[in-house]
Design a protein around this ligand. Structure first.
Ligand code: UFG
Length: 320
């Protein structure tokens, strides 16, 4: 049985939908940002906090859990700058409680959702895992702290782990039953699609004076089902003991500017967007594009869905 912490959130719920095909799954989620309706009906669901020691004791005693995947985190860069306490508490302190409980119950395998934000301002076009880690906001720092804790726990307690550093997760499940929805929404693709559906009167592009070909920020967008499949490969690598510890980037290896995203959304929907240019958003590096060669070489994973497929799937879901 696999415990999915944060399995009612955007990325966690997509993972659960894939993982139930091969494993028994239990989801722990406090539903502050997640939604019960996103959780596949075939899994056991427990509403609660990952920092609740008593609850974790019960779960690890009651269920034969062989691995934990951890998706539950606060993940907005801007909010992390204005409210760092929330980030260090939710992302570091509560994760430490979870890891400690795993050690106490001899649960050895852990998959951690980390982020490209751990790198900071990149000094290479295609960021690989050897790039230095100098995060420029509390969100990135909170994730990097857990990465360090994992290294120490592995040495001291024999915890096995895979760290997955996501670039920009996007898109929706092929069934269009689940997709990306945050409240408030801050992510580019859902904002553009909401505007094209008439739910927002315009799109504001945060800065067009960056050092990029069209002046807007470049990101590497990866389909959420591709992300889910990478987690399953990582899980199998731990369970078969192919890997004891590993850190991988998860991206497409292609960069698209904010302008290119808006244009692709216009093309796919056939609707013209109303765009205004605003100030830069604090904490945004100009370009973040992954090299995902390492996970391809070691686990045979690579992203299958290109930008058009990502936006088509998101559009189908937004239309429901
Ligand atoms: N953007 C706009 N207008 C909007 C929303 C976004 O111009 O209304 C721009 C942003 O400034 C950025 C790009 O679109 O340049 C993508 O922004 P998102 O908010 O969709 O995604 P981020 O790149 O900020 O966030 C992602 C992950 C975070 C991670 C971060 C690392 O979601 O978890 O990359 O920088 F921390």
């Amino acid at each position: 049985m696999i415990l999915i912490v944060g399995g009612a959130g955007y990325i966690g719920s997509h993972l659960v939908k894939e993982l139930v095909k091969s494993e028994k799954v239990i989801v722990l989620d406090n539903l502050t940002t997640g939604s019960r309706s996103l959780v596949d009906s075939r899994v056991d669901f427990i509403e609660g906090n990952l920092g609740d020691e008593n609850l974790l004791n019960k779960i690890f005693t009651q269920y034969p859990i062989k691995a934990v995947m951890h998706f539950a985190a606060s993940s907005l860069v801007g909010e992390s700058v204005s409210n760092p306490f929330k980030y260090y508490k939710n992302n570091v302190s509560e994760t430490l409680t979870l890891l400690n409980s795993m050690v106490e119950h001899n649960v050895k395998n852990f998959i951690f959702s980390s982020t490209a934000a751990t790198y900071g301002i990149p000094n290479m076009d295609f960021i690989d895992e050897e790039h230095s880690s100098n995060p420029i906001n509390p969100y990135g720092r909170s994730k990097l702290m857990v990465e360090k804790i994992l290294q120490d726990f592995s040495i001291a307690y024999g915890l096995n782990y895979v760290v997955l550093r996501y670039f920009n997760a996007a898109g929706a499940h092929e069934s269009a039953e689940i997709g990306e929805s945050h409240d408030p929404e801050t992510h580019l693709i859902p904002i553009v699609l909401q505007h094209l559906l008439g739910q927002r009167d315009k799109i504001t592009v945060y800065g067009n004076d960056y050092d990029t070909p069209d002046g807007t920020c470049i990101r590497d967008y990866i389909h959420v089902t591709d992300l889910a499949n990478a987690h399953i490969k990582a899980l199998n690598a731990l369970l078969t003991e192919l890997k004891k510890t590993a850190t991988y980037n998860l991206g497409n290896g292609k960069g698209y500017s904010v302008k290119e995203i808006i244009e692709t959304c216009e093309k796919i929907t056939g609707i013209k967007a109303k765009v205004e240019y605003g100030d830069r958003r604090a904490g945004d590096p100009s370009r973040l594009v992954a090299s995902s060669n390492k996970i391809y070489k070691e686990l045979g994973w690579r992203a299958e869905m290109d930008l058009e497929k990502i936006i088509e799937s998101a559009w189908k879901w937004h239309n429901r």
